[in-house]
Design a binder for this molecule. Structure first.
Ligand SMILES: [Zn+2]
Ligand SMILES: [Zn+2]
Length: 141
């Protein structure tokens, strides 16, 4: 089940990337982050992981999961409004892989999209960021 939400300011035009606030990824041998959609589920992540890395026993496994999976959040720099992706929210095991720093301007004032919901809009400083459920098109009978 995919749940798409739109994150936007209720006063200005600021709109953030759509989705669940980010996505789960698996890292390949070249450290590219491969996006895994609809993989809430560990099982899928494990399948994808094993395709890239192969694994034989439980220990490899745990290690691979720790080292090579993560959650990329959509992030917003509160200073320059750069929108980027970074693994800065702790996952259930308490890991995060990236620094909370803007790749454009070096600011440390970073919010993830999800953190911004209900907060002041960094663009106009007036509105609030809202999470709006995308309407599902229904076909009239
Ligand atoms: Zn705004
Ligand atoms: Zn910045």
């Amino acid at each position: 089940m995919t749940q798409n939400s739109v994150f936007k300011c209720d006063k200005c035009e600021l709109e953030l990337p759509t989705g669940m606030g980010g996505y789960q990824y698996v890292e390949d041998m070249d450290q590219n982050r491969i996006r895994c959609d609809n993989s809430e589920d560990d099982i899928e992540i494990k399948q994808i992981l094993s395709e890239y890395w192969g694994f034989s026993d439980y220990h490899d496994w745990k290690h691979l999961l720790e080292e090579h999976t993560g959650f990329n959040s959509y992030c917003v720099c509160l200073d320059c409004l750069n929108i980027f992706e970074a693994d800065i929210s702790k996952n259930i095991d308490g890991f995060m892989k990236d620094e909370r720093v803007c790749p454009e301007c070096g600011s440390l004032e970073i919010s993830t999209e999800l953190e911004l919901v209900g907060s002041q809009c960094p663009a106009c400083q007036k509105g609030k960021i809202e999470k709006v459920q995308k309407k599902i098109l229904s076909v009239p009978l």
